[in-house]
Ligand binder design. Structure first.
Ligand SMILES: [Zn+2]
Length: 385
């Protein structure tokens, strides 16, 4: 009969992970070298097949969720004890196109490992595997553990979301192994909600010299609308509205018939979603001869800093203390699948993945020395929950 993590088993997990650090790096390298961009199903499925074998080798029961366009999502279940499972959540798609390895190969330099997807989040998946191994080595698994990895997180989890939500509903708590935050590797106890809205304006084309008065410029109308929507930003409530992309028009001597903008929305509170969407829906054209069409909305609810999340963070901090890992929490404006699980009311702790920097950037890298401690922390959390 095993009990909750104490300092002794935490140190045993740490020792296991340190002894296996070279093996962790070998696995991480293999994963980085199987490129898996979200939009390349065949590539993502190669990564999924590799992971299925790894989880089966650990004694997991693997389920694949076949998808037509996205890669197949993957679940691995590790039975033990009673109670609801702990969920280890992540994704194995990356933002990096096929062939990136040619210019950005896996490499180790100055204590860091570099490569496409190394930090976001193939290191996190490596940590899941070795946390499970450390747990098995110590005979410390007290409750079922489910691993869920989806394949379109980087493009909004359109097909992953229902699988993530259905799985999380059955679980006691969710540990998200997305990258940790900042140079000290803070955990993430809140994330902003994220939305995308497209504003499309239709005006009337005409010759700017011959028929100026007959034209109705979609560009001018859109510009006026943009000045309205930026007023929806309310920094004191954590609401931001950013028109990040605009398109429109054809030539400078043509009154533009069409123009549109892509707008990014962020909110701190779920309660603000409906009111913000309503403001967009209520937009009226300044020029009655123009029409505007609004599509989209909030697609990731915020992960709010609930009491249950704080409780998980405190648990993590205690375990981390035993293995010499100072731990702090922070909020982030970025979204993850943790937003979905948290919005369901399932206690969720995020940012439990690697320490590093440069997610989605060419200097994407992780700190190798830090990997065993954070992996031991995952093992400790699974044992304690
Ligand atoms: Zn990620």
């Amino acid at each position: 009969m095993t009990t909750k993590t104490d300092s002794q088993s935490a140190l045993a997990h740490l020792a296991y992970c340190q002894q296996h650090q070279a093996e962790m790096m070998t696995l991480l390298r293999r994963m980085v070298e199987i490129e898996s961009p979200s939009d390349d199903k065949a590539a993502v499925d190669r990564m999924g097949a590799f992971l299925a074998r790894e989880f089966e080798r650990l004694g997991g029961t693997v389920t694949s969720y076949p998808q037509k366009n996205a890669g197949n999502h993957l679940k691995a279940e590790f039975a033990a004890g009673a109670g609801k499972p702990a969920l280890l959540l992540g994704h194995f798609d990356t933002v990096w196109s096929m062939g990136t390895l040619a210019t950005m190969p896996f490499r180790v330099d100055n204590g860091r490992a570099f490569g496409p997807g190394v930090y976001d989040m193939k290191a996190g998946i490596t940590m899941m595997i070795f946390a499970l191994r450390a747990l098995q080595a110590g005979g410390n698994q007290r409750r079922p553990v489910t691993v869920l990895l989806d394949t379109d997180e980087e493009v909004g989890s359109v097909t992953g979301r229902p699988v993530v939500e259905a799985t999380a509903r059955e679980c006691e708590a969710v540990f998200v192994l997305e990258p940790s935050q900042g140079p000290k590797g803070h955990l993430k106890t809140s994330r902003k909600g994220v939305g995308n809205i497209t504003i499309r304006v239709r005006g009337r084309a005409s010759h700017s010299g011959v028929d100026f008065e007959k034209g109705r410029s979609a560009i001018v109308e859109l510009a006026r609308q943009l000045l309205e929507i930026v007023k929806f930003t309310d920094l004191s409530r954590g609401i931001t509205v950013n028109p990040g992309v605009i398109h429109g028009g054809t030539r400078s001597n043509v009154i533009a018939a069409e123009a549109w903008a892509e707008v990014d929305l962020r909110i701190d509170r779920a309660a603000d979603a409906a009111a913000l969407e309503q403001k967009f829906a209520a937009l009226k054209p300044f020029d009655p001869d123009c029409s505007i069409e609004i599509t989209g909305g909030i697609n990731r609810p915020p992960m709010e800093r609930t009491e249950a999340t704080v409780h998980l963070f405190e648990m993590a901090r205690e375990i981390a203390g035993w293995i010499g890992l100072p731990l702090e929490e922070s909020a982030t404006g970025g979204g993850s699948d943790g937003n979905f699980t948290s919005a369901l009311g399932v206690p969720t702790l995020d940012g439990l993945g690697a320490l590093g920097e440069g997610a989605h950037a060419s200097h994407e890298s992780i700190v190798i020395e830090d990997l065993p401690r954070r992996t031991a922390l995952i093992a400790g959390l699974l044992q304690t929950l």
